[in-house]
Design a protein around this ligand. Structure first.
Ligand code: ADP
Length: 298
């Protein structure tokens, strides 16, 4: 498949911090270690390969993996002392807290407000320029970061990463429910680590099967694709060249190209709905028992 038109942009207001970005795609997972950053990285590379101008923001502040996966050790710079230039690798614009840490092994200890401040800066003060897609790799689990981002700039939607187990997907369901509550459309689901093919060509479903489709059904969203377990994914990730770049003709790269094509289709189909969707609405009204619980109503 070649480059498809991506339809209407997300809703961009006059105070949007990234007004030059047509689509913002959040990559989320219920828990860590399911391959969220690997998926965000290779999805960005696949969109880039299709000719879309793509940026990747590593919002996984507590466990930034993007510097390693893209093999980037340099620091972003500023030409005017105010805004930050994103780094660029394999044609993808990149920003990560990992680029700013003196010691990549040191822990980032921030309270919520600092985290939110940093994220807003990553949107507002980074010169993302004109992009077709800004992919955002979110920390696993909780919704704070998604909420902060969606209040600051409208997002096109989220891609949920899961593994194939039918059980133990409660965390994934929670993250989908979080998306619904804060009015972020789920664009699709990627099932990672779906199977493993041994040297004799035999397929093993190490983590069971059907989890990705079940999650997609729950989210009323398409299953964008299944990515097998392959040692080379980890090896190339550790070496700093995403597999879509290092083995562009392999099965994993093909899976990500297909996922990117389906995502573009989902984004285009959802564009009309996203345009009419505003930021989340918080009900500040008093409840009959006199207590205020501030639920998110939409
Ligand atoms: P998360 O962001 O969800 O914590 P990562 O993307 O960092 O997960 O992946 C966790 C580890 O699993 C990494 O070492 C990564 O290289 C590896 N990995 C992810 N997906 C695959 C895959 N399909 N095959 C083999 N290794 C994978």
């Amino acid at each position: 498949m070649t480059r498809q038109a991506i339809g209407a942009s997300r809703a961009i207001t006059s105070d949007d911090p990234i007004a030059g970005v047509k689509h913002v795609v959040l990559v989320i997972s219920g828990k860590g270690g399911v391959g969220k950053s690997t998926a965000a990285t290779n999805l960005s590379m696949a969109l880039g390969r299709r000719g879309y101008r793509t940026g990747l923001l590593d919002a996984d502040i507590y466990g930034p993996s993007i510097p390693t996966m893209f093999g980037v050790t340099s620091r972003p710079f500023s030409t005017d002392g105010k805004s930050i230039e994103p780094l660029e690798r394999f044609g993808i614009k990149l920003m990560s807290i990992g680029f700013l840490l003196d010691d990549p092994k040191s822990a980032v200890i921030w309270r919520g407000p600092m985290l939110n401040g940093a994220l807003q800066q990553f949107l507002k003060d980074v010169n993302w320029g004109k992009l077709d897609f800004l992919v955002i790799d979110l920390p696993p689990g909780t919704g704070d970061v998604a909420l902060t981002l969606s209040q600051r700039a409208s997002v096109s939607g989220a891609v949920v990463i899961t593994t194939p187990q039918q059980v133990a997907t409660d965390d994934v369901y929670k993250s989908i429910s979080m998306c619904k509550k804060v009015n972020i459309p789920v664009l699709g689901v990627i099932e990672n680590m779906s199977w493993f093919v041994d040297t004799a060509g035999v397929k093993h479903e190490l983590f069971g099967s059907g989890g990705g489709q079940a999650v997609a059904d729950f989210a009323h969203a398409p299953l964008l694709g299944q990515v097998p377990i392959d040692q080379s994914v980890r090896e190339w990730g550790d070496k700093g060249t995403p597999i879509v770049q290092s083995m562009p003709d392999g099965a994993i790269a093909s899976a990500f190209m297909e996922i990117a094509d389906k995502l573009v289709q989902a984004v285009s189909e959802r564009a009309d709905q996203v345009e009419s969707a505003g930021p989340p609405v918080i009900d500040r009204g008093e409840k009959p028992d006199g207590k205020r619980r501030l639920p998110v109503t939409r």
